[in-house]
Design a protein around this ligand. Structure first.
Ligand code: EPU
Length: 306
């Protein structure tokens, strides 16, 4: 790796450069050691140039959205962490046909804003997003969803930045979404998405949103930092139900705790570290495996060395 790569990159691209930046400031878990460099691009072109520069120089890159579904190791990340949330923003109507409306949404737009935009205009299709934190890019990358739907239902195409900063647009037929997975190539960064919604029906949206809000309020822990559901639900079952049956609700290691309210959430009661969270994950996994013969798969993404 180049020695003075940060200096060199500063000359080539615009944006915010934060060296040795604690990533706990950028994750909903409030956990994570320092990034050698946290870079927030100023524009789409800066992002493309930055990726070209990093790839050309063999510098490891990580891309995060709003940091709501990740666990970063306590030792942090070597290389460059590119944060897209709140930097690359924008929602534009690109066409209307029959009862459908096509939007272009930039990856850094908060998912909440996309939902608000749609509800205000009377476009149907994003209601399931209500209450899901994070950015549009992150939500697509993890095919975020609820019982009402998932990102795969509304994405028509994706524009990606590939290795060396190459741009590629892929249509829905070639995006292999599955449960909490997007299936795009490893090296790609989601730049923007074409989203298709249905026109007409503010009342429908508001009713589903209200139902979801009530449901979440009583079933998910909101008062403490977390990364949402820790495990994917196994086929036709619920990770939370199995972990609860294993008697693990409330199990605490330092400041990390398996939530009393929903066993598939781990909450940070103050100064939790990634190491304690990983221990709780291992315990939940091995107990559920022992008792029910089911291997729980992680939904949250681990970044760094564990
Ligand atoms: N349950 C328990 N004990 C628990 C938690 C849940 O018995 O500690 C039971 C509930 O009583 C319920 C069942 O498990 O009958 C399913 O739970 P819930 O309806 O709360 O949904 P979930 O499967 O835990 C999924 C998504 C959530 C999403 C909700 C609501 C996954 C892994 N999680 O949770 O998404 O908000 O449905 O639609 O698919 C996320 O992905 O980060 C997330 C929060």
């Amino acid at each position: 790796m180049k020695k003075d790569w940060i200096k060199e990159m500063r000359i080539l691209v615009e944006g915010s450069f934060l060296a040795d930046e604690p990533l706990r400031k950028h994750t909903s878990f409030r956990i994570g050691g320092p990034a050698e460099l946290l870079y927030i691009p100023k524009s789409q072109d800066d992002l493309i140039r930055a990726i070209h520069f990093l790839d050309k120089n063999g510098i490891k890159r990580y891309v995060i959205g709003a940091g709501t579904n990740i666990l970063v190791s306590d030792s942090g990340l070597k290389g460059c962490v590119i944060k897209l949330a709140n930097s690359l923003r924008g929602i534009k109507v690109i066409k209307k046909e029959k009862q459908k409306v096509h939007l272009n949404v930039m990856a850094g737009e908060p998912l909440r804003r996309l939902n608000e935009f749609a509800v205000k205009k009377g476009y149907i299709g994003t209601e399931f997003c209500f209450g899901i934190p994070g950015s549009v890019g992150g939500a697509i990358a993890g095919n975020a969803g609820t019982r009402l739907g998932e990102m795969a239902d509304i994405v028509k195409s994706l524009t990606l930045v590939r290795e060396m900063g190459e741009i590629e647009t892929i249509e829905r037929e070639r995006i292999f979404f599955s449960y909490r997975e997007c299936g795009i190539p490893e090296d790609s960064v989601i730049l923007s998405a074409e989203v298709v919604l249905r026109d007409g029906g503010r009342d429908v949206s508001i009713k589903s949103i209200e139902e979801l809000r009530q449901y979440r309020k009583k079933s998910q822990p909101y008062g403490y930092p977390s990364a949402g559901s820790v495990f994917k639900n196994p086929k036709e079952d619920s990770a939370g139900r199995l972990i609860e049956l294993a008697g693990l609700k409330g199990l605490r290691l330092n400041d990390a705790e398996i939530s009393q309210m929903h066993a598939n959430f781990i909450i940070n009661r103050g100064k939790a570290d990634a190491k304690s969270v990983i221990k709780l994950i291992d315990i939940a996994r091995s107990e559920v495996q022992k008792l029910f013969g089911i291997r729980l798969e992680l939904e949250i993404r681990l970044l760094g060395e564990f």
